[in-house]
Write a protein that binds this ligand. Structure first.
Ligand code: ZN
Ligand code: ZN
Length: 345
């Protein structure tokens, strides 16, 4: 394997610059035709040409300025702006990153994935690629990559994101509980003042749409029957595993969520719904009341709350199961609904 010598040795441009070996100083071949590197890898067209790289994926704060001319004609490139910080959202970009690599390789191109120093961001993207294409777990793929590049060290936020990527089957499912909880947390980090939340954060108010409930389950206020949220808004979590924050800072155990039963949980943790908006803005915690009859339904806390099963959920939008009834849509008759008679305690 070719080994890049980064850091104190500097870049010895002059020595052996015409040989393939010189490209090894700027990039490392982690798979046949798949290279990992830092900013120096794209600093000169020569470096790309020596490694026969014709596709470049940049995960960095600045887009490289590919010099026109020899070596870069027909170059395919993708730029994903990202800082090497735990709070950076790489997860949302992993699908298109992996697709870019797969597509380029299918066309017989050699691909370079690079960031600034070739240690964290690019390592994260290549680890995701290995997880998906070789069907490896996060740990297997990361260990595998470290045998080729021992200095590889992605930040803890990216580790956490790759574990979520694995939990989603190596494909970002924006409708999954895993992703929704992740996104809520990203929003909390991004909007500390919480005065101006993006509208798409809120699930559509089910009382605003009478027809076409594709996903069946609908939860209504037990007291006044007002529709409150749909089953697709429920963010399931593993129970009984103790206070595990859904936050990279406290990630000591597996953050996997599952669609398992919630027998010990006396609350539903859900994504925010439109009718909550005025309540949620500008304050960190408070009660959630039925928008029609004002009955107390539960509570919210942007910093998080603990479920009765012991699990810590952050941020938390908690509805007591005893305050709502689930209504199921009969699949055969589409929009008709019936009460299930089941009380989910
Ligand atoms: Zn009500
Ligand atoms: Zn629970």
């Amino acid at each position: 394997m070719l080994e890049a010598q980064e850091g104190s040795h500097g870049w010895e441009h002059q020595i052996g610059s015409q040989s393939r070996a010189s490209s090894a100083r700027h990039m490392l071949e982690v798979r046949p035709g798949l290279f990992l590197g830092g900013a120096a890898a794209v600093a000169e067209p020569d470096h790309l040409r020596e490694a026969a790289v014709t596709a470049v994926l940049t995960v960095d704060s600045e887009e490289p300025n590919f010099k026109t001319g020899a070596g870069v004609e027909g170059l395919r490139s993708l730029f994903v702006p990202a800082l090497d910080k735990p709070e950076t959202d790489l997860l949302s970009h992993l699908d298109r990153c992996v697709a870019f690599i797969v597509q380029a390789r299918a066309e017989g191109r050699a691909v370079l994935v690079h960031c600034h120093s070739g240690v964290s961001r690019s390592v994260t993207v290549i680890t995701a690629f290995m997880m998906k294409t070789d069907q490896l777990t996060f740990e297997e793929a990361y260990e595998n990559l470290k045998t080729v590049k021992p200095e590889a060290k992605m930040n803890e936020g990216f580790e956490w994101q790759l574990k979520l990527y694995q939990a989603m089957g190596c494909e970002v499912d924006t409708s999954s509980a895993v992703y929704k909880q992740y996104r809520l947390q990203k929003v909390t980090e991004k909007y500390p003042e919480l005065q101006n939340l993006p509208q798409e954060l809120f699930a559509v108010d089910p009382s605003a749409i009478s027809q076409g409930l594709k996903d069946g389950g609908l939860y209504k206020c037990r007291k006044c029957r007002r529709s409150l949220f749909r089953s697709s808004s429920v963010l399931d979590h593993n129970e009984g595993s103790g206070p595990i924050a859904f936050a990279h800072k406290r990630m000591t155990a597996s953050p996997m969520l599952s669609a398992g039963s919630q027998a010990q949980c006396t609350s539903y943790f859900i994504e925010p719904v439109q009718w909550m908006e005025s309540t949620l803005l500008g304050v960190m915690d408070g009660q959630l009341l039925c928008p029609k009859c004002n009955a107390k339904l539960g509570s919210f806390n942007w910093y998080g709350e603990q479920c009765s099963c012991g699990r810590w959920i952050a941020p938390a939008f908690q509805i007591h199961k005893s305050r709502v009834d689930e209504t199921k849509t009969l699949p055969m008759w589409g929009s008709q609904t019936r009460e299930t008679g089941t009380r989910y305690m």
